[in-house]
Design a protein around this ligand. Structure first.
Ligand code: PMV
Length: 324
């Protein structure tokens, strides 16, 4: 009997230039290239055991045995990994997040990055980082960006192999901090897999995608040159464009809560006062306040004083998904 175990840790990431909508839903080939940073301190830790004597794959997430769709999504990823690694064994997967699942902190990104790296690691085979990003992408598009370190770009690509992610700057390049205003820690009403499929129903998606390469280039350059003001303008515009598409899809997707808007407006006021801070929101109500490290404490204490926030997290720029 063969059993092999590995544990992997991966961080969620926050996109500066968003991924929303696919050109190929099955392969999760995105409509546009995206950019992100990994979130240090927040993590999924996944232990995976390939065992010949298991009769089915099992998943324990945050101490609870899973069934139904959460398990099936992991089984589909394990099928992909079995095929790539030449394995027939089933797997026992035990995973823990230290942040809330499904609330605009991309738990699926960290989860599928950790699962993919653990599955390869437990097989004893060494896959390139680039290939790991493509395999993680099949589980959750944004998971491709949680594999490499620091500041990451994911090229849209027109094939499985061409749609990969890589670092363009290490965590030490720029001391950005994501101060996350948690407005709801409940589960998303409409998950991103369904959301990507509905993006084309908004008449604004075509315009959002047409201008995405220009925003991507401007944002990448702003990060490389550590130009916060340019960064802030393009990051907020990109988030607003994605939410405009969401709100005008059929049926519409409204992820913002009144409190999200209050935080966004507070962030813009503080920037006008001279703090280096801007906002971005994923498919949830939480507001990610991206700021320079020197202003992180002022941003955090300001948010803590606002009503209606469940929690405030702080995350610096994180490293790559890795085996432990
Ligand atoms: O990887 P998914 O399918 O969970 O999609 C992520 C979508 C956003 O978080 C809204 C944007 C992004 O680029 O991370």
């Amino acid at each position: 009997m063969m059993t092999r175990t590995a544990t992997a840790i991966a961080h969620p990431n926050i996109a500066f230039i968003k991924y929303w909508g696919n050109t190929n839903d099955a392969l999760r080939l995105p409509a546009n290239a995206s950019l992100s940073m990994n979130l240090d301190g927040l993590q999924a830790e996944t232990t995976l055991t390939w065992a010949d004597d298991l009769s089915a794959d099992t998943l324990v997430l945050n101490d609870a045995e899973q069934s139904g769709e959460p398990l099936q999504r992991v089984v589909r990823q394990l099928d992909i990994m079995r095929k790539r690694l030449g394995l027939t064994a089933h797997a026992q997967v035990v995973s823990k997040n230290n942040f809330p699942t499904g609330a605009g902190v991309a738990s699926s990104a960290a989860a599928f990055a950790a699962l993919t790296v653990a599955a390869a690691g437990a097989s004893g085979q060494v896959l390139s980082e680039q290939e790991l990003t493509t395999l993680a992408r099949l589980g959750s598009g944004s998971a491709s960006r949680s594999v490499p370190a620091g500041f990451v770009e994911w090229f849209a690509g027109d094939s499985h192999e061409a749609s990969y992610a890589e670092s363009f700057a290490q965590p030490s390049h720029w001391p950005l901090v994501d101060v996350i205003a948690v407005i709801s820690d409940g589960h998303k009403r409409v998950g991103s897999t369904a959301g990507h499929k509905s993006a084309q129903t908004s008449i604004f998606q075509e315009a959002r995608v047409a201008d995405a390469a220009a925003r991507f280039a401007a944002c990448r350059r702003a990060v490389v040159e550590r130009d916060f003001n340019t960064f802030a303008e393009v990051v907020e515009r990109d988030s607003n464009l994605m939410h405009a598409v969401m709100m005008t899809s059929v049926p519409p997707l409204f992820y913002w809560e009144p409190q999200s808007l209050a935080v966004m407006s507070w962030v813009r006021d503080r920037r006008a006062d001279g703090l280096s801070v801007c906002y971005t929101l994923d498919a949830g109500p939480n507001v990610h306040c991206l700021c320079l490290e020197k202003d992180a404490e002022a941003v955090r204490s300001g948010l803590v004083g606002m009503s209606g926030l469940k929690q405030v997290y702080m995350a610096a720029v994180g490293g790559p998904a890795h085996l432990v």
